[in-house]
Write a protein that binds this ligand. Structure first.
Ligand code: NDP
Ligand code: OXD
Length: 311
């Protein structure tokens, strides 16, 4: 039986996905929202920031496949069918891209490229003090698919690495902290904080004044997850007071980041336009095709998110 797949996104173009899936699925019927034909024929939806309500009223929908790792924007739509499995992207290339971003950010601050760029703007020859890798403690919020890989890469570079997650983890060379009680001690020993959490009601605003105050003076923040994790005003206040030395931010509460947002012009903030890692169509399409086949056969799907916890 040839699957009928609905592509629904206000941001992504359907053509590359259509081509990649056509090459893997015989007789694929690929429809692009809003031209959905008979709603009862749709088997599977591929979604990334779909128009609100786009996935409601599809009576035979068997799975919703997110085109990204984070499903917060999908779950924010109250019309998203609750009883249909929601699958997120877990992909080696996505993971590798995030690790590159995190390693770049950590090395940038650790080697004081931020201060050298500032010195260059004033034509000042100002070599920074020699940094000691073994003493720069990197703390990763979220030790999931992305956090664990970034942690391993940083351990390999010689950084002392700690991670915070809901449940305790065993990752070689990484000190694990878990749950609400573990957060304070985790932050107190973190010189460079990296956020790789999913955005859920529990993690919204987690990088706030209280959390930032627990970081040692001169700490840095790298947010490669979602803008909703950071309380913007608290981050700015911590930078302006000198408590924080710098921040690198890839995700924002409003995207694109509005031109008048103070993050753009802050001398201690690096803004990147949500590119920490992008889903690679070719490699992600393999897992999507497997999920489509499994959904049609009524088999168990991989990487289904747990609705109750939001990730
Ligand atoms: P995973 O689901 O694999 O991992 C999530 C981690 O966060 C887990 O370790 C989990 O703990 C932990 N966690 C979740 N909630 C809590 C909580 N309340 N308290 C403590 N720990 C918690 O996600 P990924 O690693 O695949 O992705 C993380 C996020 O990165 C995505 O949700 C997405 O928003 C973002 N992302 C951003 C991109 C970008 O370009 N900026 C690109 C791709 C992803 P436990 O293991 O115990 O469950
Ligand atoms: C994702 C993203 O979640 O691109 O995959 O942010």
């Amino acid at each position: 039986m040839a699957p009928v797949v609905l592509f629904a996104s206000t941001e992504q173009k359907p053509e590359p996905w259509r081509a990649a899936l056509n090459a893997r699925i015989d007789g694929l019927d690929f429809r692009v929202w809003p031209d959905i034909g008979d709603p009862a024929e749709i088997d599977v939806a591929l979604a990334w920031k779909p128009a609100p309500g786009a996935l409601a009223n599809l009576p035979n929908l068997k799975a919703i496949l997110s085109l990204g790792a984070g499903v917060d924007s999908l779950l924010a739509d109250p019309t998203l069918p609750r009883d249909v499995p929601l699958v997120r992207v877990v992909d080696d290339r996505l993971t590798a891209g995030m690790t590159e971003y995190v390693v770049h950010g950590v090395l940038h601050f650790h080697r004081r490229f931020d201060r050298m760029a500032e010195a260059q703007r004033g034509s000042r020859w100002a070599p920074p003090a020699r940094p000691v890798t073994a003493k720069r403690r990197v703390g990763i919020l979220g030790l999931g698919e992305l956090g664990r890989d970034a942690a391993r890469a940083l351990v390999a570079l010689g950084f002392p690495v700690r991670g915070w997650s809901r449940s305790a983890k065993t990752v070689a060379g990484v000190e694990s902290f878990a749950g609400a009680d573990g957060l304070g001690p985790f932050l107190a020993g973190t010189d460079i904080l990296v956020c790789l959490l999913p955005l859920t009601p529990e993690t919204e605003g987690i990088v706030n004044a209280g959390a930032l105050a627990r970081l040692p003076d001169g700490a840095y923040v790298i947010n490669a997850a979602r803008g909703g994790h950071v309380v913007d005003a608290d981050l700015l206040a911590a930078l302006d007071s000198g408590h924080l030395a710098g921040a690198m931010l890839d995700a924002f509460r409003t995207e694109p980041l509005p031109p008048d947002h103070p993050f753009w012009r802050h001398p201690r903030i690096i803004v990147t336009p949500h590119i920490a890692s992008l889903t690679a169509v070719e490699s992600a399409a393999r897992a999507l095709a497997d999920s489509i086949h499994a959904a049609l056969k009524g088999e168990a799907l991989a990487n289904v998110i747990e609705r109750a916890r939001g990730y």
